[in-house]
Design a protein around this ligand. Structure first.
Ligand SMILES: *Cc1c(COP(=O)(O)O)cnc(C)c1O
Length: 362
């Protein structure tokens, strides 16, 4: 019934596009958090590994463990490890991104207790996003703490708050300056410099000169880079399809859905589809905000979206029960559909619920 088709051939295209954007010596970190942006954690990650991705990254330890259990051997960074997850992180051979003093201290204690040396770690600095990361003034403290046989410092990084903003962006410039300052301190004080990285997907397109030693790409592998002029170089990987469960002919003035969400202004034909906000099609797509395509025509979503179903107006559209309906595909992108509901591709894709069947196409 509902299907999220995943086209790995388009992933290959996107991977090759990103690789062409960066130098041969720049590492590519494939960010596969949140079920690989709602696609399919294992198949998508295996696709990246087969293409030759240098490293992987997830948000939380559980996600890394899941990949290890499925046989993924590539190094995996964990962006946001929590204090309590340290033993599991080490047990699954995952690389922590250390962003706070508490995390640094706890991690060190754990390695000491386990008599583990030379464990790969990454250090995250907050240069202005103000989400996680050490402040600039902590560089000295962090350097002293990392200079310990327990640790092997792999990389030092930060994250831009608005990497897609047109250059010159004052906010990016400030973050870049701060990152440069951090980098200078490290290269001055350490014999062997770690890797440095700053860019996400849009950053790769906007600041190719700032790729340093690695880039961290997530959404670009799915075909989006937060600006249409960059999106044209990429191909959407995910296609969301449904079918018509039932069609009603309604008289003018009939109400449709919960809370009389829509009153038919004329005689209409309404089709009901078997997916709703529990599947990731949030209520903000209802009330004529968004359309789906059916047999070549656009049909608006009417009234309130239900938990398991939603209704579309198919008046004048030649269609019947069982016909296929497309939410987004390679021509009507997830970015466009997301925009119609006032959201972004990230939220739409990662919100596609577990009830929707994933079909992988090589
Ligand atoms: C999610 C994430 C990324 C990937 O960002 P995209 O915009 O999807 O490329 C990169 N770095 C960090 C720290 C992240 O949390």
């Amino acid at each position: 019934m509902n299907t999220l088709h995943i086209y790995l051939s388009n992933l290959k295209h996107n991977y090759e596009t990103i690789r062409k954007q960066i130098h041969n010596s720049t590492q590519c970190i494939g960010v596969v958090k949140a079920n690989a942006y709602g696609s399919h954690a294992i198949h998508f990650t295996k696709g990246l590994v087969d293409l030759g991705i240098d490293k992987l990254a997830v948000a939380y330890v559980e996600e890394g463990i899941q990949l290890r259990e499925q046989g993924i051997k590539t190094p995996i960074m964990v962006f946001y490890p929590q204090l309590k997850s340290i033993p599991e992180l080490v047990g699954a051979d995952l690389e922590p991104c250390i962003y706070s003093r508490e995390l640094m201290e706890s991690f060190k204690l754990h390695l000491e207790a386990m008599k583990i040396k030379d464990y790969p770690i990454h250090i995250k600095y907050n240069t202005g996003l103000n989400r996680v990361g050490f402040p600039l003034i902590d560089v000295g403290w962090v350097l002293e703490k990392t200079n310990h046989p327990q640790f092997r410092l792999e990389s030092v990084y930060s994250h831009l708050a608005i990497s897609e903003e047109e250059r010159p962006s004052p906010q990016c410039t400030l973050q870049i300056e701060r990152f440069e300052e951090i980098k200078k301190k490290y290269t001055k004080l350490l014999k062997k410099a770690p890797k440095f990285h700053l860019l996400n997907s849009s950053g790769v397109f906007n600041y190719p000169n700032l790729q340093y030693d690695a880039v961290r790409c997530g959404i670009a592998f799915h075909g989006y880079a937060n600006k249409s002029e960059w999106d044209v170089h990429l191909k959407p990987v995910a296609v969301l399809k449904s079918i018509i469960s039932q069609i009603h002919k309604l008289k003018k003035g009939s109400s449709v859905g919960y809370d009389n969400g829509w009153i038919a202004p004329n005689a209409v034909r309404i089709a009901t589809l078997p997916l709703g906000h529990a599947d990731g099609i949030g209520r903000h797509f209802g009330h004529h905000q968004s359309t789906v395509s059916i047999n070549g025509y656009d049909a608006p979503i009417v009234g309130n979206i239900c938990m398991d179903m939603l209704m579309i107006d198919v008046t004048g559209i030649n269609c019947e029960t069982g016909d296929e309906v497309t939410f987004f595909d390679t021509s009507k992108s997830a970015e466009d559909f997301a925009k119609s509901g006032n959201t972004i591709s990230y939220e739409l894709l990662t919100g596609i619920g577990p009830r929707i069947k994933r079909v992988i196409h090589q």
